[in-house]
Design a protein around this ligand. Structure first.
Ligand SMILES: Nc1ncnc2c1ncn2[C@@H]1O[C@H](COP(=O)(O)OP(=O)(O)O)[C@@H](O)[C@H]1O
Ligand SMILES: [Mg+2]
Length: 326
């Protein structure tokens, strides 16, 4: 049985429509007085224990709303969710023990307390055995580099420091599941890398199941073996990264450095750029293996260096969304 399973998940938000008529205040509220947003529109997926899944989509696609239903913060309009055998919004406390949550936009930590005290309170709240607690804290301080600001009130931390603190807090009680909603947004490269390393380590060593929402394609390339792509509250793609690249960006580039500038002409590849003896060749690896193209070019020209360029994921995903929009 999957660890996380969502079926036909729908979430509508209703808001009272701003009143326009002069007498509207005395009217009862009919359905036309509400504005309905269908944030999640029939999402379904299943995540097995130990997976690390990227849950991606444009702004407003319904990612955060989905995660809020998985955590039990929101109750769906319709559809079902089971997380480790628990319906999150029905048994919020039981569900909370199974999950760690980090929302990039909002800290779960006590604003006025030093990080160390927030951790202690979480440890007590979740009744983590003292030895276990000390061991986990030591490890997180080390891996996330928390030592220099453990005694600083959360309100004084930088965004990157706070985010690392949030991550540690989410994992102190060793939940088997971790939800990350934009954990690297606004962070510098070093903080991002620390967070990626930490998440990769949790997944590899502890077997933590991770659902990650992010706009950072480096996060995805580094961490996710599987992607669930959504738009307008619906799943557009669910599967590994490679076939997506194959479908939406089938071409690869071979970059060759020639001993002296020359006009390169080879069958099965197009020159897309040339600059002082450096030539970019685009080819389709489904019909032309890279090795045979390299052999061909090296036989005809004096090649001093070469490299293969994979399509970048950001471009692939953009192309997919563009194509779907028609
Ligand atoms: N509490 C709310 N009330 C009304 N509309 C909301 C609420 N939360 C989200 N929405 C709307 O639902 C849609 C999906 O939002 P969200 O799940 O936050 O998207 P994402 O996280 O993918 O950017 C958006 O159109 C958003 O404006
Ligand atoms: Mg969001």
């Amino acid at each position: 049985m999957p660890l996380i399973e969502a079926k036909d998940l729908v979430k509508e938000f209703r808001r009272v429509r701003p009143k326009t008529g002069a007498f509207s205040t005395v009217r009862t509220l009919f359905s036309r007085d509400f504005e309905v947003t269908r944030a999640v529109d029939g999402v379904g997926f299943a995540v097995e224990a130990g997976e690390l899944v990227g849950y991606l989509g444009p702004n407003g696609a319904g990612k955060s709303t989905t995660i809020k239903m998985l955590t039990g913060i929101l109750t769906p309009t319709s559809g079902t969710v089971e997380v480790a055998g628990v319906v999150p919004w029905r048994q919020r406390e039981r569900n909370a023990r199974n999950i760690g949550v980090v929302f990039g936009q909002r800290s779960q930590l006590w604003w006025d307390l030093p990080l160390r005290d927030s951790f202690r309170m979480i440890g007590r709240l979740y009744r983590v055995a003292p030895a276990r607690y000390a061991q986990n804290l030591d490890r997180f301080v080390e891996v996330l580099g928390l030592a220099s600001f453990l005694d600083t009130p959360v309100r004084q931390l930088s965004l990157g420091q706070r985010m690392r603190g949030d991550l540690a807090a989410a994992m102190l009680y060793e939940p088997p599941i971790l939800y990350l909603d934009e954990p690297t947004v606004g962070l510098d490269v070093i903080a991002k890398e620390r967070i990626r390393e930490f998440v990769a380590g949790l997944n590899a060593e502890q077997g933590t199941t991770v659902l990650l929402t992010t706009h950072d394609m480096d996060d995805v390339e580094r961490l996710c073996r599987r992607l669930v792509l959504i738009d307008h509250g619906r799943v557009l793609y669910d599967g590994p990264v490679a076939p997506l690249k194959e479908k939406y960006a089938p071409h690869r580039e071979l970059v060759v450095q020639l001993a002296s500038p020359a006009e390169v002409v080879v069958p099965n590849a197009d020159v897309v750029r040339a600059e002082e003896g450096r030539v970019w060749l685009s080819f389709d690896p489904r019909t032309t293996p890279a090795a045979s193209l390299i052999a061909e070019v090296s036989a005809k020209y004096e090649v001093t260096d070469l490299s293969l360029v994979e399509p970048d994921l950001e471009g692939v995903i953009r192309r997919m969304y563009l194509e779907r929009e028609g």
